[in-house]
Write a protein that binds this ligand. Structure first.
Ligand code: NAP
Length: 334
């Protein structure tokens, strides 16, 4: 059976997902798209044989669409996800679920009321082979109990519209999700320090972020979005019996003229291409089972709550506690 997917938003990641589904995912095809940039939507639709609809509502309401992928700007996600839930259609929503926890909770309430888990969040690092190896090491107990996690998240550069807040809400939010997932622990407090800015930066960059988890694990994240040299995401887990590291996976080492060089990915697409493919394949394969195997709406809510605490922490120059409602039993993994 082929799953027919409707895509809302055909910008950077929307188009990338459309191409990934078309070229690398079995059992699925893109049937419909919408973007306010109608030329871009028509071009992509024509390329993959999909229908370009005049509105997001028509993508969701199209009887030929079995499931929806939301890749529009973040402030539109909650409304578009709510319309998918109302139509009873599974939805893979790019992060964030919503910029505010209030909107995230509306999605959670609607999903619980529908009686089915329909919402998956686009936290694709959960599907990255290198992160999965690290999680397996930790879950097997190879390094004992997790005590600390040191993370590095560097981008070569960012668009002009990127703000100091986006370092937390768009970039570090990936470390929020990977920390919660790796450690199976909620983040309860955040501290953020912006130090000497890079001369290349017009925003607060780099920034250091510290998470404290419910069990007391400390997670530090270096966020540096003007690092110039490449896209570099790494972490090191310090356990009670040893240390486990996740480095940039090697893609060929060049040794010449007395030096040995490891290629650094140019951007997030190159570094996480395998993760995006696996995420989309797993989402498609799980459709119909009533199960969300990736990050769910609760994870989206928690990520927004932690990012919000980070913004408060930086603004107030003080440690900020993360405010979460009690986790509904609906989201406890079986
Ligand atoms: P983008 O390139 O700006 O794409 C968003 C697209 O949505 C644009 O074409 C935009 O059109 C369009 N749009 C605006 N209003 C719309 C509406 N009402 N309905 C449908 N489409 C609308 O942004 P992006 O980089 O692809 O990011 C999109 C989302 O994906 C963001 O939430 C971002 O955080 C997330 N993302 C996630 C990852 C990841 O690693 N998981 C990576 C990148 C992005 P205009 O340009 O005309 O406004």
């Amino acid at each position: 059976m082929t799953v027919h997917i409707g895509v809302i938003g055909t910008g950077n990641i929307g188009t990338y997902h459309i191409d990934t589904i078309t070229d690398h995912v079995s059992g699925a095809e893109v049937a419909a798209v919408f973007d306010v940039a109608t030329d871009r939507a028509a071009e992509v639709a024509g390329r993959v044989g999909a229908t370009a609809h005049p509105s997001a509502e028509e993508v969701v309401g199209d009887p030929a669409v079995d499931a929806v992928l939301v890749a529009s700007p973040g402030e539109l996600h909650a409304e578009q996800v709510l319309s998918c839930i109302a139509a009873g259609k599974p939805v893979l929503c790019e992060k964030p679920l919503a910029p505010t926890t209030g909107e995230c909770l509306k999605v959670i309430e609607a999903e619980i009321a529908s009686g089915r888990q329909l919402v998956q969040l686009g936290f694709m690092r959960r599907y990255d082979p290198a992160y999965l190896d690290l999680k397996a090491v930790l879950d097997r107990g190879d390094v004992g109990e997790a005590l600390m996690l040191h993370c590095v998240h560097r981008n070569p550069s960012v668009y002009d519209y990127f703000t100091s807040d986006m370092s937390l809400t768009d970039s570090v939010v990936h470390e929020v999700d990977t920390s919660r997932w790796l450690l199976d622990d909620e983040i309860v407090a955040v501290t953020v320090v912006a130090g000497k800015p890079s001369p290349r930066a017009v925003i607060k960059d780099p920034q250091l972020v510290l998470f404290e988890t419910a069990s007391g694990v400390l997670v530090d994240v270096e966020s540096f979005v003007n690092a110039q040299y490449g896209y570099d995401v790494r972490c090191e887990l310090v356990g009670s019996e040893g240390v486990a590291a996740m480095d940039t996976p090697a893609r060929g080492t060049v040794t010449r003229q007395g030096t040995r060089g490891l290629h650094v990915p140019a951007d997030w697409r190159e570094r996480f291409d395998a993760a995006y493919r696996a995420e989309l394949q797993d989402w498609v394969s799980a459709l119909g089972s009533g199960e969300v195997r990736g990050a769910n709406a609760w994870d989206g809510y928690a990520a927004t709550a932690v990012a919000g605490a980070g913004l408060r922490a930086r603004a107030e120059g003080a440690r900020a506690e993360v405010e979460l409602v009690d986790k509904p039993s609906f989201y406890r993994r079986r």
